[in-house]
Design a protein around this ligand. Structure first.
Ligand code: SF4
Ligand code: SF4
Length: 880
């Protein structure tokens, strides 16, 4: 048997090495493993170049077009021309770039850059994805799937109601087929194409603008001061800071504008005075609207230095839903003064006229300032639009503001369209949580020979997690999500990014809560689709006669090999700091995408082989992937160090070790202690804990009582028979009652600094302990480390300050964070070698293993880093 175990260990290592070689060969062979549009390098000038079609192949999305105009309009588009007819231009339609119109992010958090052609009737004639960052389309789903998805739009009009899913003729909905495994991407893509198409169709007159009911004013005749106008919302501010356009941070804004409606008599008269207002009104036709803009501060002009007579004011625009209005010189009037009391001084001003029946100031609108943003890292320029909303107050309109139905964000549509499945998924998670919360009752009902009271729930959870969660709604969590969350927590939290996949979102809420309550075991042991499949295969192997070949690696080998998954996790984390794209590729070490999202048969053979190997080995070794490779398991194991509720142990567990023999996760060490990072909550040891025939000390006591004719009482909470006669309390039994279990994962430690501290003093000492890693012991014995620490602390502080003034890149900040955390782990190990066991508000300290300390420091510093970034951003000191 030892020979066989060694062989198996060698096989596991061999296959791992083989996989990495194959993976590398795939990564190095873009033609096979990489879709051509993934993170494709687009010309830096693409966003701004007048001659867009010189940079991208517009002919590919407009077959038959012979030439193209320069970019025109706002949002921009180009005209596509056929061969001239009688020497005149022959307009065939329009070509647009999706990111000129909307930057809605897809699943990766970045937009899918799409070039589209549309004929004069608003029908799509060509679609080409120029660039995307979707991991699922990287090595998983072939690019042809996206091409086929896009082809479904050809011939369809922007006026059609196109939705991803089934057609619903009675509601006039035209369905397009989703890409299996990339639903979120295609729902967003659908939204982007329809929004872009409609914006250009409206601008070019293919689709008539929406006619909105004109405002009916409620006029009081009151003259309002500037402050009152601001308070009422009749005057709004649009502020752009230099750092928002890639310039050095400065107290002087890039531009500060104030603007407002001039048609409402109360507002107009308050701002202009009665004569000027009447004069203005006399110049306006019935469907025309006037607004004023003043610049009160800034280094930039809103009129623009490049403005020429007859030209367009290309820095200012008004938007109302999908309609946008730009201004030419004929739409401009001088603003001679603002009479409202308390009005600020200004150095640039204008009155602009909107000449359209479609515009109504009863409805909300936005003023857009179009700035030229420079990427300081690459020097590339791009247009950025900064908006400020405007809507006349209720009190200024008869009957108040009309009801406006805001177009739902893509994620809202996704949640609505999958409401039933989401509901069922939530129900599943709730039922599993409740069953687990009653684990003690279930394990008491079970014995080592009959574990069905536990297994009925666990096996049902496995079946549903594999079929419904894994293959059905494809909600297998992945390490790439952890990396994304990590980066988002530190730099930019975007709710819409996480809400785009409702199942993953809900699943992560479940995972975060249960990891802190119980450790990763509930998710990994009961609900992870791949983990469940892996263990289910092992159980099937047992039933079909392979039991005699089933084994586990020798504990010594296991104890070394289990660190591999942490190394993979930290490796991915480190790579993600420099290149998220590369980290996503390397995250192919997870077999999840191949198994659930894409399917073994749909991928290149190395991926299929990898999954087959893992699942094949799972027949003989319980959960080899979970124990040794899974970076997600490692990421969840680290916070499991601080789970609030552990599994029960009694004094005899230290010497008996019967449950260690049966622990499939090899999570029980020589001293009978459970490593909660490795425990997958099979609950076998909990079954034994109260099993009067399976647990050796209980069995011995039961037999003794049988022999001596004594009463056999139930098993108490301490895992022993309730004594026939009360027995005196011992320090150990008192400690167990108080929740301080002497059989914690490591020995209890009592740091003296907090003895008898309560209330505010306790809180202060607690905070100091977390932020100050040194103590007298480490200070005196580790002089070299101290100096290094102080130097590091100074460097880290400098890094924060440089970041705050926009001088240091985010990668450098994370590198500092990483370096500091490593130092903190070392210094704490030399002086403050303890961590808390259980809830943080209790003082159950225990000796910290290296992994305990790494888990504690990395988790704590992540939270501190996130809080620091958030505060700096809230205070406006940080732009990342
Ligand atoms: S270790 Fe990984 S694969 Fe295994 S159950 Fe946990 S997350 Fe799933
Ligand atoms: S037997 Fe092992 S894996 Fe199962 S609950 Fe106990 S310690 Fe965890």
């Amino acid at each position: 048997m030892p020979f066989m175990r060694k062989n198996l260990a060698a096989s596991v290592v061999f296959y791992l090495v083989a996989f990495f070689l194959l993976l590398l060969s795939c990564i190095a062979n873009p033609a096979r493993a990489r879709s051509s549009a993934y993170e494709a390098a687009l010309p830096a000038e693409l966003k701004t170049a007048k001659n867009m079609c010189a940079l991208v192949a517009c002919t590919e999305v407009f077959p038959g077009a012979k030439s193209f105009s320069e970019r025109m309009g706002q949002p921009p588009y180009v005209e596509a021309y056929g061969a001239p007819i009688a020497g005149k231009k022959n307009l065939l339609g329009y070509v647009m770039l999706s990111t000129d119109i909307t930057d809605t992010p897809a699943y990766s958090g970045k937009p899918v850059v799409t070039l589209m052609g549309m004929d004069l009737k608003g029908r799509f004639v060509g679609i080409k994805v120029l660039k995307h960052s979707e991991p699922i389309l990287l090595l998983g789903i072939p690019e042809s799937a996206l091409l086929n998805f896009n082809k479904q739009y050809l011939g369809k009009s922007v006026t059609d109601k196109i939705e991803v899913g089934q057609s619903r003729p009675d509601e006039g909905v035209l369905g397009v087929d989703a890409i299996s495994g990339a639903t979120v991407t295609v729902i967003v893509q659908n939204q982007v194409m329809m929004t872009s198409g409609m914006a250009i169709a409206r601008q070019t007159g293919i689709v008539a603008p929406t006619v909105r009911e004109a405002a009916k004013y409620l006029v009081t005749g009151r003259r309002l001061t500037w402050a009152e106008l601001v308070k009422q919302g009749s005057v709004q501010r649009l502020l752009v800071k230099p750092e928002q356009v890639g310039l050095e941070k400065n107290v002087v804004p890039f531009i500060e504008l104030w603007f407002g409606d001039l048609n409402h008599p109360d507002v107009g008269i308050s701002l202009l005075g009665e004569n000027s207002f009447n004069n203005l009104r006399s110049q306006l036709k019935p469907d025309e609207h006037a607004l004023f803009i003043i610049r009160t501060d800034g280094i930039e002009s809103f009129k623009g230095s490049g403005f020429v007579r007859g030209g367009m004011y290309d820095r200012i625009q008004v938007k109302q839903d999908a309609d946008s209005y730009t201004f030419r010189d004929l739409d401009y009037l001088n603003l001679y003064g603002i009479v409202a009391d308390g009005a600020p001084t200004y150095n640039e001003s204008a009155i602009f006229i909107i000449r359209s029946k479609a515009f109504s100031n009863a409805y909300p609108w936005k003023l857009s300032f179009l700035g030229n943003r420079v990427d300081r890292a690459t020097g590339t320029r791009s247009f950025a639009s900064f908006d400020a909303k405007y809507w006349l107050a209720d009190a200024l309109l008869q009957g108040g503001r009309p009801v406006v139905e805001e177009a739902a964000a893509p994620y809202v549509r996704i949640w609505k369209s999958r409401a039933i499945e989401i509901g069922l998924f939530c129900l599943l998670l709730i039922v599993v949580s409740i069953a687990y919360a009653y684990r003690e009752k279930l394990t008491r009902m079970s014995t080592h020979k009959n574990k069905w009271p536990v297994n009925i729930f666990k096996y049902s959870a496995w079946i549903l997690s594999i079929t419904f969660v894994g293959f059905g709604v494809m909600a297998q969590p992945s390490i790439t999500q952890v990396l994304t969350w990590f980066h988002s927590l530190l730099f930019q939290w975007t709710w819409s990014l996480f809400l785009t996949d409702p199942f993953i979102f809900v699943f992560w809420i479940f995972i975060i809560i249960t990891v802190f309550l119980f450790g990763r075991g509930l998710f990994c042991g009961w609900m992870c689709p791949f983990g469940s499949m892996s263990e289910a295969i092992y159980k099937v192997g047992e039933k079909i006669g392979l039991k005699r070949f089933q084994t586990h690696l020798p504990q010594a080998v296991h104890d070394k090999l289990k660190w591999l998954k942490y190394a993979i996790f930290f490796g991915l984390l480190a790579v993600s700091m420099f290149s998220m794209g590369l980290a996503e590729k390397l995250a192919e070490v997870e077999p999840f995408k191949t198994t659930f999202l894409v399917g073994i048969t749909n991928r290149a053979w190395p991926y299929g082989l990898f999954v087959a190997l893992i699942l094949g080995i799972s027949l003989f070794i319980e959960r080899p992937y979970c124990k040794y490779i899974c970076p997600l398991g490692a990421a969840l194991a680290m916070p499991s160090t601080f789970r609030w509720f552990g599994l029960k142990r009694k004094q005899d567990c230290n010497s008996c070790k019967a449950c260690a023999v049966g622990c499939g996760s090899l999570a029980i060490d020589k001293a009978g202690r459970i490593d909660h990072r490795e425990c997958l909550h099979c609950l076998d040891c909990m079954v034994l804990y109260t099993d009067v025939k399976g647990c050796p000390p209980l069995s011995k006591e039961r037999k003794r009582r049988d022999r001596e004719g004594l009463e056999i009482k139930a098993i108490g909470k301490d895992g022993y028979f309730i004594p026939i006669y009360p027995i005196p309390a011992t320090p150990a039994s008192e400690a167990i009652k108080a929740g301080l279990d002497p059989r914690m994962p490591t020995d209890p430690v009592k740091p003296t600094y907090k003895t008898n501290a309560t209330g505010l003093r306790w809180i202060i000492l607690e905070i100091v302990d977390h932020v100050w890693p040194w103590n007298a012991k480490s200070w005196s014995s580790q002089r070299g480390l101290q100096i290094a620490g102080v130097a590091l602390a100074i460097a880290a502080s400098l890094a924060w300050i440089l970041t705050a003034i926009g001088q240091l890149s985010s990668a450098a900040i994370i590198a500092w964070w990483f370096g500091w955390s490593v130092y903190e782990v070392l210094i704490r190990l030399s002086g403050k070698r303890y961590v808390k066991d259980g809830p943080w508000w209790q003082d159950n300290y225990r000796y910290a293993s290296v992994m305990d300390m790494i888990s504690y420091v990395s988790f704590k510093n992540l939270l501190i880093g996130a809080a620091l970034f958030l505060s700096l951003k809230t205070l406006g000191l940080l732009i990342v």
